[in-house]
Design a protein around this ligand. Sequence first.
Ligand code: ADP
Ligand code: MG
Length: 694
Amino acid sequence: MSEQITIKSLTKHRARLYSKHFTKAFLLSLKLENYAHHVRINEKCKSIIIYLKEPDIDKIIFYISSLLPKKTIKLSKACSKCCEEQKLKQSAFSFGVLSIYTLGIFATTSLPPILTLSISLIAAVPLLKEAMQDLKKRKFSLQAFMSFSLIGACFIGEINTAFEVIYILRGGMLLEQYASNRSKQQIQQLLNSEVKQAFILIDDLEVAIDVNKIKKGDIIVARSGEKIVVDGVILQGKALIDEALINGRSEPCLKQNGDKVYSNTLVQKGRICIQANAIGSQTYISKIAKKVEFALENRSEAEKQADILASKLLKLGFILTSSTLVFTGSILRAFCVMIVMSCPCATILAASTAISAGIAKSAKEGILIKGGEYLEKFSQSEVICFDKTGTLTTGKLEVQKLILNNIDAKELLFNASLAEYRNTHPIAVSIVDYAKKSGINIIQNTNSEILLGLGVKLHYQNDTILVGNKTLMSHHDINIDKIDVQKYFKQGKSVIFVAKNQHLLGAIILHHEPRDGIKTLVENLKKRGVKKVVLITGDDEKVAKHFAKKFNFDETYANILPKQKAKIITKLKKQYKIVSMVGDGINDTIAMSSADVGIAFSSKGSEAAVEICDIAIINSNINDVLKLHDISNFSLKVVKQNYYIGTGTNLLGVGFASAGLLSPIMAGALHVAHTIAIMANASKIALKTYQQNI
Ligand code: ADP
Ligand code: MG
C-alpha cells in the first residue's frame, strides 16, 4: 500500500509526500497531530508538506497509507513539475489577454466601461474567492484588502483603475511564478546532459538507442569523448574517466573490469562496456540534485520575516487609508493610498526572489542547498567545524611505509587487506589498493565489523584480526610499544596498527594529502566574521595538532568517535548562535545532522551523507565552502536592499498619494515599477562572480 505514496523531499524537519490518490477531501480529512507540528496541503499538486514531529517517516507513510481507499481511484496525472509549468502557462496566457485589453484602453477611449468592468471581475475571480474564504474565517488578509480596493474602485466609478489593480496583481503573480520556476530550471540544468543518444550492445553489435529507452541491465558502450549516461559496472574494456562531478578530482582515473562508473562523468580515453545498474532519475547525481529541486519550498527565516512584514504593512495600509480619508476628506486620495498599500507582494518577493536566486546560483556552481534557511544561516555561522580525513584531506591516502614486528611485509598486508576488503573508508581503500599493487592475493570477504572512528575487526577462520588506531589497540589490550612509530605521529602521518590474535603484526604508515587552499580557506572564513574555525577528527592527537597548527585552526578535537563529534557540536551550539559542520559523511553524519547547517562533500560512498546533509558540495572542492559563504552573504544583502526598495517606495507612494499628487493609475504603476526593480536587483546574485579558485 505504501508504494502509493512517494517521498518528494525529506529533510530533518520537513517531508513532502505525493500520491495520485491524494484528493482534496482526503487531505483535508487527514489528522496528523501526532506526527506533525504543522501541515500544508497542496491539493492541485496532490501533495502534502509535513513539518515533522515524528522523525520516522515510514511510520507516517504507513499511517496515511492505511487511510487510503483500498480501490485504486482513477485520477488525472499530476506532478509538481508539470503542475507548475501548466500554472505558469495559464498565468502568462491570461496576462497576455489582459495586456492586449490594456493596449486597447490606451488606444481608444471609447471602450465600454461595462466591458472593462466585466473583464476586471472575471480576472479577479480567484482573488475574490480567496478573499471570501479568508473573510469567512474572520481573517483580514491581503486578498481581502485588495478585493476592497477593487470593489471600492468600481463603486467610485474608477473602472479603469479597478482593471489596473487586477492587471497589476496578475502581473505580480506571473513575475513571482516566473522567478520561482526559473530557479528550479537552473537547478535542473545541472542534471541536464545534452546526450540524447547512446549505444547499447545487442548480440555483440552496437546499436544506437534513445537515452530515455535504456533499461536497467542493458550494456552500454562508451568511448573517448562521450558522457556516461547510466550508473553501472564495467564489464569489458578500460578507460580514463573524468569523475570531477562526482568526486572533485581534477585528474582522470583509470577504470576497468568490475569498477563502478557514474552517470554524467566523461570518458576521456578508451572504450568500455557498462552494465546499467541505475538509469535516469535513479542515478546518484540525479538523486542528489532532486533534493534541491524542492529546496525552494523550504522557506527561510528571511522569507518568513517577509511574510510577517507584509502582514504588518497590510494593517498599516488599512490605518493609513482610513486616516487619509479622515484627515483629507478626499475619497480619491484615500483610494490612492489604498492602492499603494494593497500590494505588499513586493515585500514578499524581496526575500523570496533573492533566496531562490542564491539557491539557483549555488546549484550552478555545484553546491546543492536543500532549503533557503540553510543558505541564510551559513553566512551567519559563528563557528564552522571541519572533519579532517576525507574532507580536508583528499580521499586518497598513500601508504608510505610498513613497520614490521618480526613478520614479513606480505603477511602484514595480507591480514590488513583481508580485514579492510569492501570497507569504503579512505584508509581501507588505500590499504587494499596498496596490497593489490604489492601482488597480494586479496580474499574477498565481507564479514568485517566496522568500528566507527577506530578501524575494523574480522573473525576469519579461527583468527581475529584488528586493523585500526592506537585507541582500538588499547581497547583490546594490545601492546604497541614493540614497534617505534612516534616519529610518524609527530610528522602528522596516519599510523594504522595491524594485530592478529592479540599479537601485534606491525603498522602501516599512510600519508594524507591535504587539499589545496585550506590555509586560505580558514583565514578567509575568519576575515568574513566566523569567530572560530574548528577541527574535529578521529585521528590521533599529535597528528591533529600538527594539522591544526599548519593551517591555523582555532580549536582542535582529536581522537573523537563519531557519536562524540555530535556531542561537541551540541556543546558548541550552547555557546555560539549558529554552528555549521563540514564533513565527508564517512563517520560524521550524526555530527552533520546535529549542526545548524550540515555540509557534505559528496564523494562517492557517502550517499548517506548527501541524504542527511543540508547542503551538498558536489565537487568536494574546498574553495566551494568559501563560495557558498559569499553567495549566502550576498543573498542576504540583496534581501535587505530589496526590503528598502519595496517598503521605501510604498511609503513614498503613500506620502504622494495622501498629498493628492498621485493618480490611481500612477499608484498602480508604482507597484509594477518596484516589483521589476526587486527582481532586477535579485538577478545581481546570479550575475556576480564569487570567490575565484584559491
Ligand atoms: P576523521 O574524523 O579525521 O574523518 P575518521 O572518523 O574517519 O577520521 O577516522 C578516525 C580514525 O579511525 C582514523 O584516523 C583511523 O585511525 C581510524 N580508522 C577509521 N577507519 C579505519 C579503517 N577502516 N581502518 C583503519 N583505521 C581506521
Ligand atoms: Mg572523515
